[in-house]
Design a protein around this ligand. Structure first.
Ligand SMILES: O=P(O)(O)O[C@@H]1C[C@H](O)[C@@H](CO)O1
Ligand code: GUN
Length: 278
């Protein structure tokens, strides 16, 4: 995938019209953003229907991030996997552009999104390589005006202008994930993720600041994707690996695979809109 040179609206339109030529790309219910461990993704996806985008070898912007959309099935469920993501620090802090793949997934029918990332630990009880389920987020660039929703509200994509970020990580999916991790005897932490703009890492004083405001892990991605998913009325579940993506990737994908197997049927937009009081 290469981010389009034009704005995010044209990017969505162009991508959808390119994909619409083929029935293979239609009607997906679930989606997974899994930036690293491309090989792990391809192990989890049991049948690959199609792939679009650049080869892993051609993606040199952030190490380990491929640039592909993979269309396939996991335990019989049709899933789009985004292997690699656009980080705001790579794209002049254009957060709408970086979240554009979520709008593409929305247009292809996706109703449940599983997001993963790698992050640094802030919570002192976390160990290198732990998995954390995100229960809430602190979107620092968003608080400073770098939101993917600034600018014109494009009604073609539906969803509210003012998006509620309460319960942005679906409670039922979190309960299910914890239950599955428990059954698999996996250590799974839960906490709050804070996103900075990066790409510099934090000073010790900044880590203390994040700790003081209740963060458990920190990174440079994801929050803008979650905001757009919420506007698209998707249910979101989010797992991250504390600073050891390669070491623990296998464990994470085992959990994701088991989760996808047990995911409840997706809710329609109308149902989530009603549930969330829109
Ligand atoms: O896409 P993610 O958030 O997993 O990428 C990680 C976090 C930073 O963006 C970058 C530096 O560690 O990699
Ligand atoms: N901001 C930030 N992002 C990360 N991604 C992986 N580790 C880190 C970290 O320590 N800080």
């Amino acid at each position: 995938m290469t981010p389009p040179a034009n704005d995010e609206t044209n990017g969505v339109d162009n991508t959808i019209s390119a994909l619409n030529d083929s029935k293979e790309y239609k009607h997906y219910d679930y989606s997974m953003v899994n930036p690293r461990n491309y090989d792990d993704i391809t192990k989890v996806v049991q049948s690959i229907i199609a792939q679009v985008g650049e080869d892993k070898a051609k993606s040199d912007i952030v190490q380990g991030h491929a640039g592909k959309l993979i269309f396939g099935t996991i335990h019989g469920k049709k899933v789009i996997c985004q292997a690699g993501r656009f980080h705001p620090y790579e794209h002049k802090m254009d957060l709408a552009l970086c979240a554009m793949p979520i709008r593409v997934m929305d247009q292809l029918g996706v109703r449940t999104l599983i997001v993963t990332n790698a992050a640094g630990g802030v919570n002192k009880s976390f160990h290198y390589g732990d998995l954390m389920l995100i229960k809430d987020q602190i979107f620092l660039p968003g608080l400073a005006g770098f939101s993917p929703l600034v600018g014109e509200h494009d009604k073609r994509y539906g969803g509210p202008r003012f998006v509620s970020m309460h319960e942005c990580f679906d409670k039922d999916l979190r309960v299910l994930t914890k239950d599955i991790a428990n059954r698999m005897s996996m250590r799974l932490m839960e906490g709050v993720y804070v996103m900075s703009g990066g790409p510099q890492y934090e000073t010790p004083a900044e880590v203390r600041l994040y700790h003081a405001v209740g963060a458990d892990a920190l990174g440079m991605s994801t929050c803008h994707e979650v905001v757009v998913a919420k506007q698209c009325l998707m249910k979101v579940n989010h797992l991250e690996v504390i600073d050891a993506a390669n070491k623990q990737g296998g464990k994470g994908v085992d959990l994701i695979s088991a989760l996808v197997k047990e995911l409840p049927p997706p809710m329609s937009k109308q149902e989530t809109a009603k549930l969330w009081g829109y």
